[in-house]
Design a protein around this ligand. Structure first.
Ligand SMILES: [Zn+2]
Length: 492
């Protein structure tokens, strides 16, 4: 007697297919490239375009190449070792190629030479393209959106500071600075805030308009990047003098209050730098102080991007915990040193209970910190029920993409299709994009009553008023289409 069995759903067949290919990096890449991945919540604007793009922009602007420094510099090109960037690819392809190496971690990861550590190579590259990236915020944003669309990423939370903030803060001299009187420092800054924020807001909007122009978003055949939603996180540079960092952060917070597209604040630059370590507590107090002034701002701090050896052991004890307990960080960037921290089990419980997501950057951690495979705490976070998202960090400098993060999560950490789908859903749930979720309170993957049918009037109404729900609903529709398609893939 035959027993009738219900046909497997496309999702179940997709899970089974994934299981069959889960040890094969090439098949995984085919599968995961097509998989919708939701958001990239940890993405630095200046680290995302590729070196080749920076060299192209430098050529367009007649910027120069300093051969000795292997860096892009401003015109005129009259220094001893300087040549024009214009036409360089043809006139001196060897130099062009050396520059791509210098502006990224290319030769390091391709194993051509490794006299430089990944950490040093990574961080040294930024100064070498900064002169051009500073001039090209719209091309940078267009590049971010193009890369995201190409990788099936629908939302990017981009670390980006408008020019008026960054050109102001580093020129500040505040002779009365007293780190124990942040209120007085804030009051001295107060008269400057409004005009700088208005200029910053205007620039942020102009950059978006220009980027959309570059992508042809109003044309008949717009670039796929036009469909990518971008919100912004402002940031403070943690190696700058404290009074300057304070002003940069204060302006970032003020911009978030004024600009609906700027949502969160971060701290960037190497956490292992002696200045970052020395001032870490003060930096947490600054964030806490400014969060009281500007309560709408969300906070996501790079914390625990450290290894023993890179930083002294004392620095590995409290950074993640302090980011949460003192600065009120609602997500954690990297979180690599969690196993070295005091009270790490309590911190993990707290992150699980309070839904403080960890932004995991697998390629970045491998290249910059040398942390990979079983040394990486990804599975500790997962098994502690901490919400996990995967992100790119600096995909151009690191010569990586979002798909590679997913491939590595599967290959090196054993995540199955259901786990990766959860990661993609998390990346919108824990995004700072405003609005209510399509999921039940605290349960990503359990649909709310309103969206029990994704095309119900109630779900339409939610998506119309909530940018988050709109993105989430589209992701679910994209999953349905993807699973129906990939489940038919006749391989293995
Ligand atoms: Zn980062």
């Amino acid at each position: 007697m035959k027993v009738a069995t219900a046909p497997l759903s496309a999702e179940a067949r997709t899970e089974a297919l994934f299981e069959r290919i889960s040890d094969d990096p090439v098949l995984l890449r085919v599968f995961l490239r097509d998989m919708p991945k939701g958001g990239d919540l940890h993405n630095h604007a200046s680290g995302t375009p590729y070196a080749e793009e920076y060299l192209d922009w430098a050529a367009r602007r007649d910027f120069c190449i300093d051969e000795a420094e292997e860096a892009i510099v401003e015109p005129p090109c009259d220094g001893a070792d300087q040549v024009s960037a214009n036409g360089l690819m043809r006139s001196d392809p060897d130099l062009y190629s050396e520059l791509v190496d210098a502006l990224s971690v290319r030769d390091l990861i391709s194993g051509v030479q490794s006299e430089q550590s990944g950490h040093k190579q990574f961080f040294s590259s930024f100064g070498k393209f900064f002169p051009i990236v500073r001039e090209e915020p719209a091309r940078t944003l267009a590049s971010v959106k193009r890369l995201a669309a190409d990788d099936r990423v629908s939302y990017v939370e981009l670390m980006f500071n408008p020019g008026p903030i960054d050109s102001y803060f580093s020129q500040v001299v505040d002779p009365e600075w007293d780190e124990n009187d942040l209120e007085a420092a804030f009051q001295r800054l107060a008269p400057e805030i409004e005009p700088l924020i208005q200029q910053s807001l205007a620039e942020r909007r102009a950059v978006e308009d220009d980027a959309n122009g570059l992508l042809g978003c109003e044309d008949d055949q717009p670039d796929a990047g036009c469909d990518v939603t971008v919100y912004y996180n402002t940031y403070g540079l943690r190696r700058f003098p404290n009074e300057q960092l304070f002003r940069q952060l204060a302006l970032g917070f003020a911009l978030i209050e004024a600009d609906p597209k700027s949502v969160g604040i971060s701290l960037v630059e190497p956490e292992d730098d002696p200045r970052s370590i020395e001032n870490y507590d003060l930096h947490m107090r600054m964030i806490a102080f400014l969060s009281e002034k500007y309560p709408t701002a969300k906070v996501t701090l790079h914390a625990g991007e450290l290894t023993l050896g890179l930083a002294p052991s004392s620095a590995l004890r409290t950074h993640i915990r302090d980011a949460i307990m003192i600065a009120g960080s609602q997500r954690i960037g990297h979180g690599i040193d969690i196993a070295w921290e005091h009270q790490s089990r309590d911190t993990l419980d707290r992150m699980a209970n309070e839904k403080i997501a960890v932004e995991i950057n697998l390629v970045s951690n491998d290249v910059i910190l040398g942390v990979r495979g079983a040394q990486h705490p990804l599975n500790l976070y997962l098994s502690s029920d901490v919400p996990v998202v995967l992100s790119t960090d600096d995909q151009g400098v690191l010569r990586t993409d979002m798909t590679e993060q997913y491939v590595r999560a599967a290959l090196e950490h054993g995540l199955d299709y259901a786990a990766l789908k959860q990661v993609a859903r998390n990346s919108l749930e824990y995004a700072f994009v405003p609005g209510d979720s399509i999921w039940s309170e605290g349960e990503v993957g359990v649909i709310s009553d309103a969206c029990n049918s994704l095309s119900s009037a109630a779900c339409d109404a939610l998506a119309a008023e909530s940018p988050k729900a709109d993105l989430q609903r589209q992701l679910e529709r994209d999953f349905t289409a993807f699973e129906n398609d990939i489940a038919e893939w006749d391989i293995r």
